[in-house]
Design a protein around this ligand. Structure first.
Ligand code: MN
Length: 293
């Protein structure tokens, strides 16, 4: 047997659905496949907006004001631009290669729209939204917003200009991730030129997957994954080897599972049903603040 990390499944993108009128997404988990709501913990949800061309629009497409509590939303833009506003007073626009790491914590109202200028011109759009669970002791932490432009992302450069690892969270070799997190995880965006190779080593207990954003790759000298596919790794073996079959971009997710009960309900992700009820009563009592539509 090789010492490679086991490849459990290579998943094609599930049928897409719209989130609001601005985000056409494939949900790989928790709903797209029957992998269980904690299979990728601490990552709870992966919505992938594969490439789509939006026509120009005077009115930005998106999702209106809605609440969140108990987790973080992480948005990564690959094409197009996304604007965010929340009731904690934070706002920002992210474009190609930028990351927005929003901690809902005790609760925010936010809205997510295409950027106004991008909307007027239209064009290609491609993004990822992740929901990252918070450990129980941090679920009611104060809301926080980390807007990280591509130029501010810490990067590891492969020798010979063969590629770049943008270390969004955690670390790769001696490069620290740019985002602060509440539990142990690694999140990278990797850009490799054709025929370049890279290796990753994560603890086998850490749930791990790779989403192919652009191009196609060979994994562990064995299987091939195409653009828009998600590679789900088993929790055995150690090293992962990725070889770029084209110039490619892929998103690496690996994290220590949060070993606590979770109760997801709508826009909330808590540990008990009572906490979900509390979230609704706090929302109706106005404790999530105010945000204009
Ligand atoms: Mn949201």
């Amino acid at each position: 047997m090789s010492g490679f990390r086991a490849i459990q499944q290579i998943l094609p993108p599930p049928p897409a659905h719209m989130v609001g009128d601005g985000f056409r997404v494939h949900n790989f988990f928790p709903n797209g496949y029957d992998m269980g709501i904690k299979r990728m913990s601490p990552f709870f949800l992966l919505d992938y907006g594969s490439k789509i061309e939006f026509p120009p629009s005077e009115k930005p497409r998106g999702v209106g004001v809605h609440p969140h509590r108990g987790f973080e939303t992480v948005t990564i833009a690959y094409q197009g631009k996304v604007a965010h506003h929340d009731s904690a007073g934070n706002s920002g626009v992210i474009g190609k290669g930028d990351v927005q790491w929003m901690t809902a914590g005790s609760g925010v109202l936010h809205k997510e729209y295409h950027d106004k200028e991008y909307s007027l011109e239209g064009g290609l759009f491609q993004m990822v939204q992740l929901w990252v669970n918070l450990p129980a002791k941090f679920k009611m932490t104060a809301p926080r917003y980390q807007g990280i432009t591509n130029s501010n992302l810490n990067k590891y450069h492969l020798p010979g200009e063969r590629g770049t690892v943008e270390v969004i969270a955690g670390h790769y070799k001696d490069v620290q991730g740019s985002a602060l997190t509440f539990s142990t995880m690694n999140v990278y965006n990797c850009h490799l030129i054709k025929d370049a190779e890279i290796k990753f080593k994560f603890q086998s207990t850490h749930n791990t997957g790779i989403l192919i954003i652009e191009g196609s790759v060979k994994i562990n000298d064995a299987e091939t994954a195409e653009q828009d596919h998600f590679i789900l790794f088993g929790n055995e073996g150690s090293e992962i080897k990725i070889e770029a079959l084209d110039n490619c971009i892929f998103l690496v997710l690996s994290g220590e599972p949060i070993d606590e009960p979770i109760v997801p309900y709508g826009p909330f992700l808590m540990n008990t049903k009572e906490e979900i009820q509390q979230a609704y009563s706090d929302l109706h009592a106005g404790k999530f603040g105010i945000l204009e539509d």
